[in-house]
Design a protein around this ligand. Structure first.
Ligand code: BT5
Length: 273
């Protein structure tokens, strides 16, 4: 598997975007690119900073879950972006960035990718990747977010064996999605460009301009689901999202709006979480 060269990546991203890139770093090994950027000084408003890793020793998912990506087998990328304001609705942002990842993959001729609310990237009914969006603490005037993208590119057989042994959810890599997988450098450039575009668009208009696209890639729509959220557990039919990116679920009794939660399918309770 090819290496990640920060100079190559920097030189390939578009000039307009490069002008907004404060720092881009590549680590051979690091605990977590998200944790690293959360500890770094925030970029100035409208600017961004990127950290990539070949291997994370403590890659993180939501709710203290683990993100496992053996060395050189995937994309581990985090972007810090500082908004020019404080009022940003983070749940909707994660959805918008998911659409950005799909757009990046499409530009690399990889189609058929779907999103499972709120942060899973799905292909062939399994998890191809995930998104972790976190806000930097302590900001007063401008909100800085760090968003981490984990994407499986070419997983070793041992990872698939682990999936079976631990009853982990089905995992998929890009090799399964295309005969001609992009290099991790090409993938990095495409993802960085798309994430930045999404940040700027979201900053201007929130989730609304992403809503129609979400409907096209919504993997949960119409499925019978179970939601475990702050208010407990409920079951029903997933019915899309609203203009804030909240999940709508039709239960036997009412329609509910879910802002935070983990989703499982009623038919496959151990499915992608
Ligand atoms: C996510 O969390 O899916 C967000 C993953 C974000 C990872 C990136 S990598 C760069 C940046 N730095 C970090 O430290 N994190 C970000 P969640 O929805 O909580 O899913 C986590 C669950 O996915 C785990 O509990 C496993 O079941 C499963 N999982 C772990 N590694 C996986 C992999 N490589 N492929 C598919 N599923 C995986």
């Amino acid at each position: 598997m090819n290496t990640l060269d920060p100079d190559n990546i920097r030189q390939t991203i578009s000039r307009a975007l490069g002008a907004r890139l404060e720092i881009l770093e590549v680590f051979e090994e690091i605990e977590s690119t998200n944790s690293y950027l959360l500890d770094q000084p925030a970029p100035p408003p409208g600017w961004f900073r990127v950290a990539l890793a070949d291997y994370q020793t403590a890659g993180r998912g939501r709710l203290n879950r683990t993100w496992q990506s053996p060395p050189s087998s995937g994309l581990c990328l985090s972007m810090a972006y500082t908004f020019r304001q404080m009022r940003v609705k983070l749940p909707g942002l994660t959805l918008a960035l998911g659409i950005g990842v799909i757009d990046a993959l499409r530009r690399l001729d990889i189609s058929g990718i779907r999103l499972k609310w709120p942060n899973d990237i799905i292909a062939h009914g399994g998890k191809l990747g995930g998104i972790l969006t976190e806000a930097c603490q302590g900001a007063r005037k401008n909100l800085t977010v760090v968003t981490g993208i984990g994407l499986n590119v070419d997983l070793p057989d041992a990872m698939h064996a682990l999936e079976k042994a631990t009853m982990m959810n089905k995992i998929v890599d890009l090799k399964r999605c295309t005969d001609n997988p992009p290099s991790r450098e090409q993938l990095s450039v495409a993802v960085i460009e798309s994430l930045f575009d999404c940040m700027v668009k979201f900053e201007a208009d929130g989730f609304v301009p992403f809503h129609d696209e979400w409907k096209k890639v919504d993997w949960l729509s119409g499925r019978q689901i179970i939601v475990d959220g702050a208010d407990g557990r409920c079951a029903g039919t997933a019915d899309g999202v609203d203009d804030d990116g909240a999940l709508i679920i039709q239960t036997d009794h009412d329609r509910r709006r879910i802002i935070n939660g983990s989703i499982t399918l009623q038919s496959a309770p151990g499915d992608i979480a």
